[in-house]
Structures are given as structure tokens and as C-alpha cells.
Design a protein around this ligand. Structure first.
Ligand code: BG6
Length: 521
């Protein structure tokens, strides 16, 4: 692992010695869409800046909109430039004209309807031409940056056009974006449809959380250090809190969010990946299947919810009006494309137990929500209180427990909180923190988070992608909650003010166990 620390991918496999991905043609379905513009092409541009793409790389956009290759390239150039120095979530350092030109020389556009077999025939002919003239060697990476209702049919069409067939040394891979199903049944259906045209090793189910450096670092923290792993169990850990708090609301995504809600949007995918990384057993190697098997194992050990526990141990919330980061904001029910009496949750919290040897009796509390007071994603591990107080006259209640906090974003880093004696003649305890901040040790790269993931697809490293069983075990866990919610509509929505820390019921969930959430402020 140390040898590989300089590469973009966590565990590169097929790349050249110089860290370049192998030759391939990447086909972007939804080439004129938002995801292409906001994330995928900026990530490819960043890979081009870092010289991670093969000289024999080609990018083919496919979409219904009629435009020439030149128009496609020009439109995307405009969007890339908007990211330069942007203060938003994603930014790029400076516009590198040479890298962009390098990329645009390799970009072409094919107009076509996803439902029309003719599109796939002309795409096949176009790709064969790239193989002949540009050395892409029959390696194709199909990226489905399209609405999920087209996933099955697009993959089926690719299969019918023989574009998914791997012959000789060439590879054919398909990247599928979330949502991977809306519940257990639809996820199973999608999987079985996709696997009619592809083998499991050809399917790359993307979860952008796994592209975050700090998420990848969870495995390094746990398995590359002798210090922490011996403490990482029920003997030393009291409980774990996983938080993904956002200040953004649903913005312009009302249509999508109304039928999705906070749980489907964040929990079986992003939050469960954080949970799996935190709680999994050590894999026997960093081979993709070894890692993914351990992740599935721990997700399958989550104690199943039933209707009673789904209502008792899970909290849902919806934001009302309030003020976020100093600006007044409206209630969810007044957002565009949202029903005035919507029951969609914008906040989710739960307590779950993992029934295995390591975690027996250790609650995991998860929470995520929109329009909260602060944007923060973190995993906080709370160690047991010292068994008794030696410090006579020092109130034990005032002795704070030890916390290890893995800050995923923003302000990426890790801190360890412990007690120290305040200077002075009497023993007074204070909580202090040993802090590792990424930015003080490493030059943090500005990126979209998709760079590593795209590079890994090209090099054939599926470690950071979800296998069929990972996806299904996520849905299997939340399905009883979906069922219980379907039967029992919320009576109190909206139940938290925008800019706050969520519904009171979420605090009660922990208070019941004599615990409290780490404050969001
Ligand atoms: C997306 C969800 O998958 O993840 C969004 O659809 C959410 O609703 C986003 O805001 C959070 O990702 P990040 O990287 O901004 O924390």
C-alpha cells in the first residue's frame, strides 16, 4: 500500500508504470446532461491535467440533442471554466488550456435516442473506427449518466449490439449511477436485468462517497496502524455516531426528492458505506472482492428492523421555514415541485445494532438531513468512560469520554479527544484534542471526487464500487422502515426548523439510552 500512495486509485491494477490508465473509449450516455457537465467531464479534465489518461483515450458523448462534436466540446469548455476558483463544493485550481485541448482532441459526439437500436449500431460503428484509428483496443467504458428509468433498456441495447462482449484481451465495463433501485424489489429487478447482458465483474455501481479521500482513509486508519484496531470493538467502544448533515435544501430537485426522501437518498448507499468501512472485519487482502465481501458481511449483521423497531428506533423529519447560514429559507412544503402537504422526509436518524462478535451491544446512531445548521459529515467513535475516577473531589460526571472523530468533510481530518489536567495547584480536568488536519500534511487536491473512481474503472479496480450483494443488503435493511412508514404516515411534519439540528425526537432517541448527539455547531 505504501508503494501505491502516489497513485490516484487506491489499488491500481492495469495502469502503466507511469500511472496512466490503459487505452479505452469512454462512452457517456447523457452526454448533454447535468451530471456530465458538473462532475464527469470536470473529473476527466482533472485526470488529463494529472496525465492519468492514456494517449489512446477517447471520450464519446451520446445524447438525444442534436449537436456537432465541436458544439459539444465548446459547451463543456464553458462549464469547466466556471469551476475555476469557484467557492462551491467542487472547484478546479486554474484552467489548464493544454490539458483541455489534449482532452478535446479526443472528444466526439454521437446523436441518438437511447430507445432506438439504431443508436447502438451507429455507436458500435463509431467505436470500431476509434479502435482502428485511435488505438482504443476495443476497451469500452460505458457511463450511464442518465435517468434511472433508462438503465435496464440501455444495458439491454448494449448487449444486443454486442458492445458488452469481452473478447481476447479487451474489456467492456458499465458504470451505473445511483439510484440503484428505490426499494429491495426494484433493486433486485435492476440487478437481474443488468446481469442478463453483463457479468458482475463488468458492472461498476458508483457511490461518490467512496471517491472521497477521507472515506478511503478509513481503511488505512484502521488497517495500516497497529494502534487503533485493538481498541476497535465492544470492549472499548461505547457507541458510534455517523452524521451527514447538510445546509442545502432540496434546491431544484423537488421532483426527484419528493419520491425519494432523505432515507433512500442517503442511507442504504452513502451512510451504509461509511458504516461498513467503520465496522467491517479486516479483509484478507485489498482485493476488490475480499473488501466487498467483508462490507456485505457487516451489513448483513445489522439487526433487522421490524414494524415496531422501525417506528421506535428511527426518526424522520421534514424542515419548516427558518434561517440557514444567516439567510431566511422556506419550508420544504413550499419548495418548487413539492406538494403542499408532502410527507417526504428531509431528515433521518436511527439507532441500529450490529449482531456480531465485535459489535454486540454497541449502538450505531446514524443521522442525515437537509437545511441543518452546519454542513458536516463525520464518524464519531465514543470510547468507554474510564472505569472509575481516581481523582477524589473531581466530579466523575465532568470527566468527558474519549472520542475519535473522523471528519469526512469539510475540514477533513481526524481528531482524538481526551482529558488533560489544567495547569494549577488543584486537579481540574479539561478535554483537549489531538488533531490531524489533511490540509496541514498534504496538498489537498481540488476535485469532483469522481477522479479516483473513473480512473479505477479504467484500471479495473472495483474495490470502491458496490457489488450486487452490497446494494441488496443496504436495501434489505431499510425495507422494513419503508414498509412501516408507508403504513404509518407522519403526523407532525414539518417537525424541525431550518437551520436547527433536526427534530426533537432525534435527541430523544439518544437520550433514552443516556446519550447525546455531538453538537452540530
Ligand atoms: C447525493 C444526494 O447522492 O449526495 C444529495 O442525492 C446529497 O441529496 C449528496 O446532497 C451529498 O453528497 P456530498 O458529496 O455533497 O456530501
Amino acid at each position: 500500500m505504501t508503494e501505491q500512495s502516489g497513485a490516484s486509485g487506491l489499488f491500481p491494477q492495469e495502469g502503466d508504470a507511469d500511472g496512466k490508465a490503459p487505452p479505452c473509449a469512454m462512452v457517456l450516455f447523457g452526454g448533454a446532461g447535468d451530471l456530465t457537465k458538473r462532475l464527469v467531464v470536470p473529473a476527466l479534465y482533472n485526470l488529463a491535467v494529472e496525465k492519468r489518461l492514456s494517449d489512446n483515450f477517447q471520450l464519446v458523448g451520446v445524447d438525444l440533442v442534436s449537436k456537432s462534436s465541436q458544439e459539444w466540446r465548446d459547451g463543456l469548455a464553458g462549464s469547466i471554466k466556471e469551476f475555476v476558483g469557484a467557492e462551491g463544493e467542487y472547484e478546479i485550481n486554474k484552467f489548464d488550456e493544454a490539458a483541455w485541448n489534449w482532452l478535446t482532441q479526443r472528444m466526439s459526439y454521437v446523436q441518438g435516442d437511447l430507445n432506438d437500436p439504431e443508436t447502438y449500431r451507429s455507436l458500435g460503428a463509431h467505436l470500431a473506427g476509434l479502435d482502428r484509428n485511435c488505438g482504443t483496443r476495443g476497451n469500452y467504458l460505458f457511463y450511464l449518466a442518465i435517468a434511472d428509468r433508462f438503465f435496464c433498456s440501455t444495458v439491454a441495447h448494449l448487449g444486443e449490439a454486442s458492445l458488452t462482449k469481452e473478447e481476447g484481451d479487451c474489456w467492456r465495463r458499465v458504470v451505473i449511477e445511483k439510484p440503484f433501485g428505490h426499494d429491495l424489489a426494484s433493486a433486485k429487478h435492476l440487478n437481474s436485468e443488468v446481469l442478463k447482458s453483463l457479468a458482475e465483474h463488468q458492472v461498476y455501481r458508483i457511490d461518490h462517497f467512496l471517491g472521497k479521500e477521507t472515506v478511503q482513509n478509513i481503511m488505512v486508519l484502521r488497517f495500516a496502524n497497529g494502534l487503533f484496531e485493538p481498541l476497535w470493538n465492544r470492549d472499548h467502544i461505547d457507541h458510534v455516531q455517523i452524521t451527514a448533515a447538510e445546509t442545502v435544501g432540496v434546491e431544484r430537485r423537488g421532483k426527484f426528492y419528493e419520491i425519494t426522501g432523505a432515507m433512500r437518498d442517503m442511507v442504504p448507499n452513502h451512510i451504509f458505506q461509511l458504516l461498513a468501512m467503520t465496522a467491517m472485519e479486516p479483509p484478507i487482502s485489498f482485493d476488490a472482492d475480499a473488501v466487498r465481501a467483508k462490507k456485505t458481511e457487516v451489513l448483513e449483521a445489522i439487526r433487522p428492523f421490524d414494524e415496531i423497531s422501525a417506528l421506535k428506533d428511527v426518526v424522520r423529519g421534514q424542515y419548516g421555514a427558518g434561517s440557514v447560514l444567516g439567510a431566511p429559507v422556506q419550508a420544504y412544503r413550499h419548495e418548487p415541485d413539492v406538494a403542499y402537504d408532502s410527507n417526504t422526509e428531509t431528515y433521518f436518524a436511527c439507532k441500529l445494532m450490529i449482531d456480531n462478535w465485535r459489535w454486540s451491544g454497541v449502538p450505531f446512531y446514524l443521522r442525515t438531513g437537509k437545511h441543518l445548521t452546519r454542513r458536516t459529515t463525520e464518524i464519531a467513535v465514543r470510547f468507554h468512560q474510564a472505569p472509575f475516577t481516581l481523582f477524589r473531589g473531581t466530579d466523575v460526571e465532568k470527566m468527558n469520554p474519549n472520542w475519535m472523530v473522523l471528519r469526512i468533510q469539510p475540514d477533513e481530518g481526524i481528531s482524538l479527544e481526551f482529558a488533560a489536567k489544567q495547569p494549577g495547584p488543584t486537579v481540574k480536568l479539561s478535554t483537549v484534542s489531538m488533531d490531524f488536519a489533511y490540509k496541514t500534511y498534504f496538498k489537498m487536491q481540488h476535485g469532483t471526487g469522481y477522479e479516483t473512481l473513473l480512473y479505477d474503472c479504467m484500471t479495473g479496480d472495483a474495490t470502491l464500487f458496490k457489488r450486487e450483494d452490497n446494494v441488496l443488503s443496504g436495501w434489505r435493511t431499510v425495507q422494513p422502515i419503508l414498509d412501516a412508514w408507508e403504513k404509518n404516515k407522519p403526523a407532525d411534519f414539518p417537525n424541525y426548523a431550518s437551520g436547527g439540528s433536526g427534530p426533537a425526537a432525534a435527541d430523544e432517541l439518544l437520550a433514552r439510552d443516556g446519550r447525546y448527539w455531538r453538537p452540530l455547531v
